[in-house]
Design a protein around this ligand. Structure first.
Ligand code: GUN
Ligand code: ZN
Length: 430
């Protein structure tokens, strides 16, 4: 196997749940990561790893920070070309911008173009795993996984299912959603680094029959993930109450149809009832925090700490194109700002944990991606902590790693990404 030794500062975590602060973080100001093939073989002091592996070629990143590549736990690759579209509320924004753009994915060549563009943007921003909703077209799922395979990336994706409250050319049926998703699972789930997520868009765009069909499919393929949206906006919650008069609450519309489970990913999860929080915690499902989107579409302030304390997994996500940035740095900054508005200032260690370990664990890939440790995939980001004059002058005064890193979290973007490695191959930078 080909070995490679990367030198720099290193930062990783040992905690499997959201830490209260910097405890559980492993920082080494003169560290090294030994790559062997597509995996991390060792993380430790530069001096020791150099002495132990004198033959390994070395890339010295100086003071830059080497960490696990960012893991985006919820986004919509078909919305890449319409990111930053002005809108009023979620449903208005979906109808005005999202659905017309998603209709274009009937053309497989267009789907391939946007899938490739999205993954290139991810890598430029230091993101090595994305979790995407595709469109109703099976070809959009093939395009997504093919583009990821060409880059060696571990991604999650699934055909978005909708059989009502959507335009004619964006509707499937309960049966075709089941059949198409099942065929896509057979084609992609577990092939190379691909993970399939059964994907009902959200309760308003699925009939009870469609939710039942997808619940049955999940029970036949319990190792698949299931991704959807939950309680993003108050008017959406009211609409769900009208559409499902027999459901106890929004979560119950999924639970009644077999769509509540440990491998479930529930995007947004802002306006939740106590029962919903208890149930999500009981089953150990994951809520995915989409802070730039929640600010951009005006959805609300997710209670990250409260949900973590209730036992939910928590992932962090760009939610592009409802989210306003491809950068997980910008996403961490928004999570910090939203935390502040709730009186919960998240520590930089918590923000970094969410963007790597938290998202990876929400995807049930803990220890394998988003992790700086032996045996994990060599999916890495190398961050320049002085990437702009404004960041550099603040970082110059830092007294510890957290003060040095926080200006990059708050003000950094793709200019801070010195290199991105995927499965042991350098894809961005040198
Ligand atoms: N709820 C249902 N579909 C979507 C979507 O595409 N984006 C966001 N932010 N919320 C949704
Ligand atoms: Zn979404």
């Amino acid at each position: 196997m080909t070995q490679h030794l990367l030198l720099g500062q290193t930062l990783g975590f040992d905690t499997i749940t959201l830490p209260d602060g910097p405890e559980g973080a492993r920082h080494d100001s003169a560290g090294a990561v030994l790559i062997d093939g597509d995996r991390i073989a060792a993380v430790g002091p530069a001096e020791r790893l150099r002495a132990d592996h004198p033959q390994a070629p070395v890339t010295d990143y100086g003071d830059a920070l080497i960490g696990p590549g960012f893991v985006d736990a919820h986004m919509h690759y078909p919305q890449t070309a319409m990111i930053a579209s002005w809108g009023k509320r979620l449903i208005d924004w979906l109808n005005t911008y999202t659905f017309p753009e998603e209709a274009r994915f009937a053309d497989p060549a267009y789907a391939a173009r946007i899938a490739n563009r999205t993954l290139d943007l991810a890598l430029a921003h230091g993101t090595t795993t994305q979790t995407s909703f595709c469109t109703i077209h099976p070809g959009s799922v093939d395009a997504w996984f093919e583009a990821a395979e060409a880059r060696g990336m571990a991604v999650v994706g699934g055909k978005t299912c909708m059989d009502r409250n959507a335009p004619d050319d964006l509707r499937d049926t309960a049966q075709s959603a089941y059949d198409d998703s099942k065929a896509l699972i057979a084609r992609w789930h577990g092939r190379g680094r691909a993970t399939y997520a059964i994907t009902p868009r959200f309760s308003p765009t699925s009939s009870p029959d469609q939710l039942s069909a997808l619940g049955a499919l999940w029970s036949e393929h319990p190792d698949c993930l299931m991704q959807t949206h939950l309680s993003e906006q108050t008017d959406e919650v009211a609409w769900v109450r009208d559409l499902y008069p027999n459901a106890r609450d929004y979560l119950d519309t999924y639970e009644q149809h077999g769509l509540l489970g440990r491998r479930g990913l529930y995007g947004h999860a802002i306006h939740l009832e106590p029962r919903e929080i208890d149930r999500l915690g009981e089953v150990g499902a994951a809520a995915v925090h989409c802070p730039t989107s929640n600010a951009f579409i005006g959805s609300g302030l997710m209670d990250v700490m409260g949900l973590a304390r209730a036992g939910l997994g928590i992932g962090l996500a760009t939610d592009t194109g409802g989210g306003s940035s491809f950068s997980m740095l910008r996403t961490m900054a928004a999570a910090y700002e939203i935390g502040q508005l709730r009186g919960q200032p998240l520590h930089p260690a918590q923000l970094m944990w969410l963007a790597t370990e938290g998202s990876a664990r929400a995807l049930h890939r803990g220890g394998r991606i988003g992790h700086l440790g032996a045996g994990a995939a060599a999916d890495l980001v190398v961050l320049d902590l002085a990437s702009t004059p404004a960041i550099a002058q603040r970082a110059a005064r830092a007294e510890d790693i957290w003060e040095a890193l926080f200006p990059t979290i708050m003000m950094g973007d793709d200019r801070a990404v010195r290199a991105t490695w995927v499965a042991g191959t350098c894809r961005i930078g040198a």
